[in-house]
Design a protein around this ligand. Structure first.
Ligand code: AMP
Ligand code: MG
Length: 490
């Protein structure tokens, strides 16, 4: 892909194939998008455009607008909606599917990854059930900001490519406008795709999907003996899932709906419904107001990730050599989860070498954060300035309602730092590269959505700017560092 391609051809040339078309017909249906009325660009994401080798001009032009709005799709582009199933809140639903999403095709990014491009909100599909196939502007902004926030924190996720507004009306709690999110991910294959075929007893298509995923995304497994490949694939997915959830836990991200139909086989974060970043540290933080039993609350996420891996193991069981595998997988999941979580926390604490007591130090920290009602993100950011316990850094102590408990933990931290060899300047520098000053706080997200619905997009643009570069303090953006909860007088 070079920038010499004419604007209107750039996007067409980009999509070389639709991956779903390589699978049997049972996996998808061909669907044409239903254009929105008077669509217009709200935003084009230079970060993801660049990843695809596109300039902003190549993306933000009339021809591309008509392309994404489904008004001018060349015959070579054959959009599809795929079918999947899923365990939702632990209960199996035998058929779901892309009800408001179409896949256009895939391309190769500059990072040598495949990227599948999807339209969200392009109208009805055979899997829309009684719903309308549309995406309200507010939901599109939620996903746009959520996915870019996680990408900014180096957490694997689907990405936003661009956002279209329109004059199409969409009925939700109130009448709102329809938007179209153009998003991309290395793949949108979910655990639920495997579950759909397994629970129908269609083991041939479980096998087809397994081979497809291996060939497309885990080609290194082709070196394994044929009969062991499904097991190796499962192990690789378990590892990625454990790592992803460890990433979420270390940044205070709560997904809100970790149903198996929202779980990517590549370990990317998919589906930005009722997610939330924790502000004040609380393990029972929930981002989903309809999750009465707390199934998907913050501290349950590691366990739910494991549960979902077992559901996937069941869905692939027809290809596995033995029934004892789940026990093996559980161990594998726990091991990867703990390893990755601890490693990420070490970096956040500025610890450059492992020490056997680090897990205890982290455990003590989480209790201290909870007891002192401390803002999770701000704490790590301020901790970089820690010098010694005697100094009583006012910015750090201003975050806690329980200074004595904080002093106790800082004493442990100080002892631990004495085992390190890097200078405090170097530690501070490294900590500021991994601890964000900006996270997507729910009140900021809400404000930007409310304003956007009233036609004011400045909040959305500003928030996006800080989230895409969350480790660097940006002038005039102090507002976006502020927690919803008040600071404590020290
Ligand atoms: P989600 O809660 O986003 O994971 O969606 C669950 C299922 O409902 C998926 O199969 C979606 O495709 C479908 N769905 C959600 N909203 C809509 C909508 N507005 N129109 C059609 N299908 C939808
Ligand atoms: Mg979903």
């Amino acid at each position: 892909m070079t920038h010499s391609i004419p604007y209107d051809a750039a996007i067409k040339n980009l999509l070389w194939t639709n991956p779903w078309l390589q699978l049997p017909n049972a996996f998808y249906q061909s669907v044409q998008p239903t254009p929105l009325d008077n669509a217009y660009f709200i935003h084009c994401n230079t970060h993801t455009a660049e990843l695809l080798g596109l300039s902003t001009e190549q993306l933000q032009n009339e021809a591309t607008l008509r392309f994404f709005n489904g008004q001018q799709l060349p015959p070579a582009v054959q959009p599809t909606a795929s079918v999947y199933a899923g365990h939702q809140f632990g209960i199996f639903t035998s058929q779901l599917g892309d009800g408001r999403v179409l896949s256009l095709g895939e391309t190769l990014g500059k990072d040598n990854q495949r990227y599948e491009i999807q339209l969200k909100g392009a109208g009805l599909t055979p899997y829309s059930r009684t719903l309308d196939g549309r995406c309200p502007l507010g939901s599109a902004i939620r996903e746009y900001l959520g996915s870019e926030a996680l990408a900014g924190l180096n957490i694997p996720t689907s990405r936003a490519l661009c956002l279209l507004g329109s004059e199409t009306k969409v009925q939700r709690e109130h009448l709102t406008t329809g938007a179209l999110l153009v998003r991309m991910a290395r793949s949108h294959i979910r655990f639920g795709h495997f579950e759909y075929f397994h629970h129908k007893g269609d083991f041939e298509n479980v096998k087809n999907l397994t081979l497809f995923v291996i060939e497309q995304h885990f080609p290194e497994l082709l070196n394994e003996p044929t009969e062991l490949r499904p097991l190796r694939l499962l192990e690789a997915i378990v590892e990625r899932t454990a790592r992803l959830i460890a990433d979420w836990q270390s940044e205070g991200f709560t997904h809100g709906v970790i149903n198996t139909d929202n779980m990517s086989v590549l370990g990317d974060t998919l589906d930005y419904g009722p997610f939330g970043f924790m502000e004040t540290y609380h393990p029972e933080f929930s981002a989903n107001t309809s999750d009465d039993l707390g199934r998907y609350q913050f501290d349950q996420q590691p366990e739910i990730g494991r549960w979902n891996c077992l559901a996937l193991a069941e869905a692939i069981s027809s290809l596995l050599p033995s029934r004892t595998i789940p026990a093996q997988l559980l161990r594998l999941y726990r091991q990867h989860y703990h390893q990755h979580y601890l490693q990420r926390l070490r970096l956040k604490l500025g610890l450059s070498t492992p020490h056997p007591d680090d897990a205890k130090l982290v455990e003590a920290l989480l209790i201290t954060l909870q007891q002192g009602n401390i803002d999770y993100a701000l704490f790590f950011r301020q901790l970089a300035h820690f010098v010694n316990v005697q100094e009583k850094n006012p910015a750090l102590y201003g975050l806690t309602s329980d200074p004595a408990k904080l002093t106790h933990w800082l004493t442990l931290y100080q002892d631990r730092l004495s085992l390190e060899t890097i200078s405090s300047q170097e530690r501070q520098k490294r900590m500021n590269q991994v601890n964000p000053c900006y996270v997507l706080r729910s009140h900021l997200l809400k404000q930007s959505i409310t304003a956007a619905e009233q036609g004011d997009l400045t909040g959305f643009y500003r928030l996006l700017t800080v989230l895409q570069n969350p480790f660097e303090e940006q002038s005039g953006m102090d507002f976006y560092t502020q927690p919803h909860t008040p600071k404590f007088a020290y």
